[in-house]
Design a protein around this ligand. Structure first.
Ligand code: HEC
Length: 152
């Protein structure tokens, strides 16, 4: 490589680098608009997916389909899409009452996951409410906190 070629290679490499830098997302710089790409919502869903994989997946499965007659599905159920306080209560206090979902009976107990932080509960429920074909509003940390306060 002669001197000119080396210089050209450097310039090209530099250009590629700055292009890469431009393509890196800068969430902080984005406007806080309530659009489909709401960065706060996206971040919560991303964190919630990790909690789901660590905690809920063993029972409710990767596709949220659950295990028939053992662990109920999390797909468009009234619990998942309905009242957020009741939903947070299920995660913080567990559930031990027979329920019926899509014509199937479930009577195993769900153990409380109260060791999760308010943020983790909010994130995992926001993830569940926006995954598995579900579409519902985010669960806020304050909403989880309020439910936890009633359990003490
Ligand atoms: C050890 C297994 C187990 C784990 C772990 C578990 N669940 Fe459950 N879950 C159950 C069972 C069993 C029920 C039904 C309980 C009943 O009928 O009283 C249930 C019920 C539910 C329900 C209400 C019914 C429905 O299907 O909509 C929701 C919502 C729910 N779980 C969400 C979660 C989330 C979110 C996590 C993780 C933070 C989680 N569960 C972790 C076993 C589990």
């Amino acid at each position: 490589m002669n001197c000119k070629q080396a210089l050209l290679a450097l310039v090209l490499a530099g250009g590629a680098l700055s292009l890469q830098a431009q393509h890196r997302p800068t969430p902080a710089a984005k406007p806080k608009a309530k659009t489909a790409a709401d960065p706060a919502l996206t971040a919560s869903i991303t964190r919630g997916a990790v909690v789901y994989k660590n905690v809920c997946i063993t029972c409710h499965q990767a596709d949220g389909g659950g295990v028939p007659n053992m662990n109920p599905p999390l797909i468009k159920t009234q619990y998942v899409l309905g009242d957020k306080a009741r939903l947070a209560h299920i995660v913080l206090a567990g559930l031990a009452e027979p329920i019926e979902i899509d014509g199937e009976d479930y009577k195993q107990h769900m153990p409380a996951q109260a060791y999760l932080t308010d943020q983790q509960v909010a994130d995992v429920l926001t993830y569940v409410r926006n995954n598995f074909g579900n579409k519902a509003s985010a669960v806020q940390v304050a909403e989880v906190k309020a439910v936890r306060a009633t359990l003490k």
